[in-house]
Ligand binder design. Structure first.
Ligand code: G3P
Length: 224
C-alpha cells in the first residue's frame, strides 16, 4: 500500500516528504482554504517540495463538466509533473472524467461512499477512487469494509483503477485497509508518526546505546 499525505500545509508536507516514503500529496478545497494563502503559489510550492515524480492530487471547484476539464488542464499546466485532478462523484463529474480520459489527464474520483459509486467512477475512466473511511465510520457504517469491497470489485473485473482511501482518524483504520488490499492511503501528518510508534521502541533503542557505550564509550563506528 502506498502512503500519501492529505494536507496543503507546507511544513507537514516538508516533514513527511523528508522522513517517510510518501508517493504523493492529496488536497481538497477545505485543506487548501485552511492555509489562507495564494492558491497558485501554494500548489507550486507543494510541487517544488515533492518534485515532479510524486503525484499531486488537486481538486476542481467547478460544477459543470466542461469547466472541470478546463480547470484540470489549467492546474496540470501550472504544477507540471505527475498530476491527478480530483473530482467529486456526480453526473457532471463522471462526464468530465470521460472527457479527461480522452485528453490523457488522470482523475481521482473523490467523496466516494459506496462500492457502486466506485465502480461507476472506474468505468468512466478514473485512475483512483477515494472512499472516505472515517466519515462512514462516523455514521455507524463500516469504512474499511467499503474499501475492501471496492478492492474486490476492481480485481473481479480487472479494472485499471486503484483505491486511494481517505478520511482516516486512526492507525487501526489504516492498518485494516492495508489488510484489505487497499492500494493507497492518504493520511494526516500526525498519523505517520502513529504508524511507526510502539511503547517498546524507546527501551529497545536505549538498550543498544547502553550496551555499546559500556564497551566503546563515546566512539562511533566512524571513529574506528
Ligand atoms: O481527502 C479527503 C479527506 O481529506 C476527507 O477527510 O477528515 O475531512 O473526513 P476528512
Amino acid at each position: 500500500m502506498n502512503y500519501l499525505i492529505d494536507t496543503a500545509n507546507l511544513e507537514d508536507i516538508r516533514h513527511c516528504n523528508e522522513f517517510y516514503p510518501i508517493s504523493g500529496v492529496t488536497t481538497n478545497p477545505t485543506l487548501i482554504a485552511k492555509e489562507k494563502t495564494d492558491f497558485i503559489a501554494l500548489i507550486k510550492e507543494i510541487r517544488n517540495i515533492i518534485g515532479p515524480e510524486k503525484t499531486l492530487h488537486i481538486q476542481t471547484v467547478q460544477e459543470k463538466a466542461e469547466k472541470m476539464v478546463e480547470e484540470a488542464v489549467f492546474i496540470k499546466n501550472t504544477v507540471g509533473g505527475a498530476f491527478c485532478i480530483k473530482i467529486p462523484i456526480c453526473e457532471e463529474g463522471l462526464k468530465a472524467t470521460m472527457m479527461l480520459k480522452e485528453k490523457g489527464i488522470k482523475v481521482t474520483m473523490t467523496a466516494i461512499f459506496t462500492p457502486a459509486q466506485a465502480l461507476m467512477a472506474a468505468k468512466a475512466g478514473a485512475s483512483y477512487v477515494a472512499p472516505y473511511v472515517n466519515r462512514l465510520d462516523n455514521i455507524i457504517e463500516d469504512g474499511v469494509s467499503v474499501v475492501g469491497e471496492i478492492v474486490k470489485q476492481f480485481a473481479i473485473y480487472g479494472l485499471d483503477c486503484q483505491v486511494l482511501a481517505a478520511s482516516f482518524k486512526s492507525c487501526e483504520q489504516i492498518h485494516k485497509c492495508a489488510l484489505s488490499g487497499c492500494h493507497n492511503a492518504t493520511i494526516d501528518a500526525h498519523l505517520f508518526k502513529g504508524l511507526i510508534t510502539h511503547p517498546m521502541n524507546d527501551a529497545a533503542i536505549a538498550g543498544f546505546a547502553k550496551d555499546w557505550k559500556a564497551v566503546y564509550g563515546d566512539k562511533s563506528i566512524l571513529d574506528f
